[in-house]
Design a binder for this molecule. Structure first.
Ligand code: HEM
Length: 318
């Protein structure tokens, strides 16, 4: 048996025999399982407000994809194959803090064992975006789970020196995203995901702001007042004031620099303003949220399919 054949059998081993009758039935049943898992993800989001970290988890699973490697079989080219759930990949520097997101998804995976990790991770990201106010994304499901991890170093660095030796942030972003088969407009649109979420000193070290209200900015002090998360996850530094709302605020940051010390701007965010290939898209999204949502949804769907191997054929707008 070829190694590729063996991997499909391993994935199929997760599927109950009663679900293996015909391809059509399997697709329908798989689709129902994905929809049931989506309900659980929605409940988790309502309870825990973990929208940003689920989006980051989906991006970090998919963003290791290297479409330029032609001599390695799946899953060694990386991509949306669930490998980020393994400790060895969670220990990659870029993934600091993401074990928490995997932990959030574990009970859902246990309740819906048919749904692959690779799908659950992408479903988590897409559902989080939509439920934070963002676009519905035309998602495809049926991904196989990898049993191996890609090499460390495929995800982008926020600040120089860049791991690929690029002389500046624009070159670095293009090196990383072109490798995934993504273009300039898609890089700008996807970076707009930073309209939600925060960075923490203990995770990425790109900010001095840390865990807890007293270590946060004036915008991240008490984000979960009145919920069961109250006091649990304050702190960090956000890119935007309303960092749990998915909108185009990332592209409308005040030009007067008023709240600059309380908001995050990485080198890889800043260059989207200044680089001639990126800035027209940045300006467009600042004045047209619909254009941002339209482009973001398609770019996220494309990102989420990079490097994936589909063993079922299921499509849902999430
Ligand atoms: C363009 C290159 C990118 C760089 C250099 C970058 C870097 C970072 C860094 C340093 C953090 C802070 C992590 C922490 O301290 O917890 C972060 C958070 C985040 N990133 Fe990115 N990122 C990039 C692109 C993306 C993309 C393409 C997406 C999604 C499509 C994304 C989604 C997020 C989200 C939602 C968070 C917040 C996570 C949270 O609040 O827990 N990023 N990113």
């Amino acid at each position: 048996m070829t190694s590729a054949g063996r991997r499909i059998d391993l994935v199929r081993a997760h599927v109950a025999p009663s679900e293996r009758t015909t391809t059509t039935t399997t697709n329908e049943m798989y689709s129902a399982s994905v929809l049931a898992a989506r309900e659980d993800v929605a409940r988790l989001l309502d309870d825990v407000k973990c929208h940003p970290i689920l989006v980051r988890l989906a991006w970090h699973d998919a963003g290791t994809y290297d479409a330029t490697v032609t001599d390695a079989a799946w899953p060694m080219r990386g991509g949306a194959n669930g490998s980020v759930r393994f400790d060895v990949e969670l220990a990659h520097g870029a993934n600091a803090g993401l074990e928490k997101a995997v932990k959030y998804l574990r009970p859902i995976k246990a309740r819906h064992p048919t749904v692959s990790w690779a799908d659950l991770i992408q479903l988590g990201g897409a559902t989080a975006i939509e439920r934070a106010g963002g676009p519905k994304i035309p998602m495809r499901y049926g991904r196989a789970d990898a049993d191996a991890c890609p090499r460390e170093g495929n995800l982008p660095d926020a600040e120089p020196p860049f791991g690929d030796g690029a002389p500046d942030a624009a070159t670095h972003l293009r090196n990383v995203f072109y490798r995934m088969g993504l273009e300039d407009a898609e890089i700008v649109a996807l970076s707009g995901a930073h309209t939600i979420g925060r960075a923490f000193k203990a995770r990425s070290e790109v900010t001095d702001f840390g865990y807890g209200a007293k270590n946060g900015t004036k915008f991240t002090g008490c984000p979960f007042m009145g919920t069961k998360m109250e006091g649990a996850m304050a702190g960090g530094c956000s890119w935007t004031v309303n960092w749990l709302s998915f909108d185009n605020e990332y592209f409308r940051r005040p030009a007067d620099g008023k709240d600059e010390k309380d908001l995050l701007w990485l080198s890889t965010d800043r260059v989207l303003h200044t680089d001639p290939g990126f800035s027209p898209h940045f300006m467009r999204y600042a004045v047209d949220q619909d254009a941002f949502f339209y482009d973001f949804a398609r770019a996220f769907a494309k990102l989420s399919e990079g490097g994936a191997k589909f063993v079922y054929d299921v499509k849902h707008y999430v």
